[in-house]
Design a protein around this ligand. Structure first.
Ligand code: FRU
Length: 675
């Protein structure tokens, strides 16, 4: 596949802004700096957030992006610009739209106006039209604007009649526009962030907009709704099409901070109707068991619960971001200073005056050693362990036959090896067993660094793919990630598909095949009945650790195994597959630089399944400072920043329990897309 060399080879690039020269200096050292991504898009200098204006035209994928032309923190939002023939190699172009007259250029989209409905076209060439949010710096207002280009996106003119859509609101943003053929109209999908709503508008010409309908609140509603998208997708292996509504959410995700959810349904040109099988929004109160709250561990200490041993020496732990799923901020964990600490935490006596005890539990799966026990007359009459998992799950005990008895609860940690820890939260004695409502949303990504994702418009029909990428950061720490002179990268581009996964329709993501243009040497490894450890990294992984890894594992039913990634003398990122609990976790707590934000280190958990052949597959892209991970052929995705030292390049496979009856790994070293 042909690809253009990025234009940044120029010694310097000067862009003029109203007489002021903003210099984005590109030198021979640019793209060789510490932590600089080698095949993810980054601006040469300065701050970047959301992808914007994604449109394909004349063989070029355009990528505009939220950009601060003047510094490496969020501010002066403008649209930076780059183009690519293949979504892997990028050429920087001058800033397309600058903040001007107190109006920042917030997120939005772009389309090819094939029929010249806007009248901006010239000489029979269709114009590119950008639709974006004007954010007013001097008053609480956001409204929608357009700009156009008649030279393949090289220069842009703001429309004199802006704004084209104004409803006088402070929060009204991120318009994504598409052509809807059946109604022969433009459709705008735009959010009312604080109302947790998406609004749909239609227009014949991109200038006059009519309100059609609203969708929401639904799904995950704790965070604000931003950057929506709406598109049809064919269900794999069928001719059936469904509509997917994307809603990025500020401050809510399965892993913490900003996230991205999606809805599957129908769109008739006027209204989005959610399919029945989707998890719907539930009021917070319905997500908790009803009854007498015996403990929630929200206090400063354990109150009248009695701790013994090193395990519980620290009191209830707050904001424990190694793990997920607790209620509120605090929980009881036997982590102490690590797996090795042991101890117990015992409740005061209480009378069993209802039939069901419900609680959240996580941690080690060591019966009798890492567990919650119900003690009556000195004997453990009920006991439950964790599942060797970082996410808490709901458990219920039927205690009807114990009614009237006096009891205590005891959290026990008598294990010092791996998963030598247990954690418990929110214990309720009530009249009915509690049915866990599950997650409120369908999540696009299970880690923390995939946000504001939107898809490319106008990908040629003969290609037929729905393609997108996301901003690879999180508002919790985006301004603090220690990289210079740029800040933030985009994820690699992915193809979206709809698939039936275990009976449910789900959107899945696959790395675009154009990433193969970066492949260098190929290595293949196979093992049967693998136990113990293997070092995988081939000797010649170069000065930087760039690779693509594809693996298939056929584990025994009790297998627990890990891939150690970006491993150095004192750092490692751990990808752990726990077959009994059907969960995998990505642990970046020791991945390198993590201390710049308390919200950065963490362990993220996602479910997986074994395919019909009893196998798990994974596909992973390792850049200098990030991982794009696809499991189960793209059904579960994790996108995660890591900041290891440049020489932390180890790659190892460790089987801790059971065995891998078959393990097959293919690894390609990748080249930089920038040099
Ligand atoms: C999402 C977002 C958008 C907004 C843009 C501003 O990350 O908050 O809602 O348009 O960033 O930079």
């Amino acid at each position: 596949m042909s690809h253009r060399l990025p234009r940044i080879a120029l010694p310097s690039l000067l862009v003029a802004l109203g007489g002021i020269a903003a210099a984005a200096t590109v030198t021979a050292a640019t793209y060789r700096e510490l932590h600089r991504p080698q095949f993810h898009f980054t601006p040469a200098t300065n701050w970047m957030n959301d992808p914007n204006g994604m449109v394909h035209y004349g063989g070029e994928y355009h990528l505009f992006y939220q950009y601060n032309p003047f510094g490496d923190k969020w501010g002066h939002m403008s649209w930076g610009h780059a183009v690519s023939p293949d979504m892997a190699h990028w050429e920087h172009l001058p800033v397309a739209l600058y903040e001007e007259d107190g109006v920042m250029i917030f997120s939005g989209s772009a389309v090819v106006d094939w029929k010249n409905t806007s009248g901006f076209g010239r000489d029979g060439e269709p114009p590119l039209v950008a639709i974006y949010t004007g954010h007013y710096t001097e008053k609480p207002l956001q409204n929608q604007h357009i700009a156009y280009s008649t030279d393949r996106g090289r220069t842009w003119t703001k429309y004199a009649g802006n704004p084209v859509l104004d409803i006088g609101k402070r929060d009204f943003r991120d318009p994504k526009v598409m052509w809807h053929e059946p109604t022969a109209k433009w459709i705008m999908t735009v959010t009312l962030p604080t109302e947790r709503k998406v609004s749909f508008y239609s227009s014949p010409n991109l200038k006059d907009w009519t309100h059609l309908s609203d969708f929401g609140p639904a799904g995950a509603v704790k965070g604000i709704w931003e950057c929506p998208d709406l598109f049809p997708l064919q269900i794999e292996g069928t001719r059936e099409t469904k509509w997917v509504l994307i809603v990025n959410i500020g401050g809510e995700s399965i892993a913490g901070g900003s996230g991205c959810q999606y809805f599957i349904g129908e769109f008739d040109g006027r209204e989005f109707k959610l399919d029945a099988q989707q998890p719907a929004a539930q009021p917070a109160a319905d997500r908790l068991p009803k009854g007498r709250l015996l403990a929630d561990f929200e206090g400063r200490d354990f109150g009248n619960w009695k701790p013994e041993g090193a395990s519980f020496a620290n009191g209830p732990v707050k904001n424990f971001d190694r793990f997920s799923g607790m209620i509120g901020n605090g929980l009881a964990t036997s982590w102490g200073s690590g797996d090795k600490d042991q101890g117990t935490l015992t409740s005061p006596e209480f009378t069993i005056d209802a039939g069901h005890l419900s609680f959240l539990i996580g941690g080690g799966n060591h019966p009798g050693e890492t567990c919650l026990n119900l003690i009556v007359d000195g004997e453990a009459v009920r006991t439950t362990t964790g599942q060797n998992s970082g996410s808490l799950r709901w458990e219920n005990w039927d205690v009807t036959v114990l009614r009237g008895k006096t009891a205590t609860l005891q959290i026990v940690d008598r294990h010092s090896g791996g998963w030598g820890q247990v954690f418990v939260d929110h214990i309720v004695l009530g009249d009915a067993p509690f049915e866990s409502p599950g997650e409120p949303a369908l999540w696009v990504d299970y880690a923390k660094d995939f946000y504001a994702a939107v898809s490319w418009s106008d990908v040629p029909a003969k290609d037929g793919r729905r393609l997108w990428l996301g901003w690879m950061s999180n508002w919790q720490y985006a301004n603090d990630v220690p990289t210079s002179p740029w800040r933030s990268a985009m994820s690699i581009a992915r193809e979206l598909r709809l698939r039936r996964v275990n009976g449910h329709l789900r959107m899945v993501q696959l790395p675009v095949e154009e990433m193969q243009t970066l492949r260098l040497s190929h290595h293949k490894m196979e093992w049967d009945d693998l136990v113990g450890s293997r070092t995988i990294s081939p000797s010649g992984l170069g000065g930087r650790q760039l690779y693509e890894l594809k693996a298939g594992f056929e584990p025994s039913t009790n297998a627990v195994f890990e891939l150690h990634l970006a491993k150095g003398a004192d750092e490692v990122t751990v990808l752990r597959f726990d077959v009994p609990s059907r969960q995998f976790t990505l642990d970046r707590t020791r991945s390198g630089k993590t201390e710049f934000s308390a919200n950065f280190p963490g362990t993220y958990t996602a479910p997986f399944f074994l395919n019909d052949d009893g196998e798990i597959d994974l596909h992973l892209f390792m850049d200098t400072s990030s991982i794009d991970l696809f499991v189960n052929n793209g059904a579960q995705v994790m996108t995660s920043l890591i900041l290891p030292k440049p020489d932390s390049r180890g790659l190892e496979l460790h089987v801790f329990r059971g065995e891998l009856e078959e393990a097959e790994l293919e690894l390609w070293e990748l080249k930089s897309a920038w040099r």
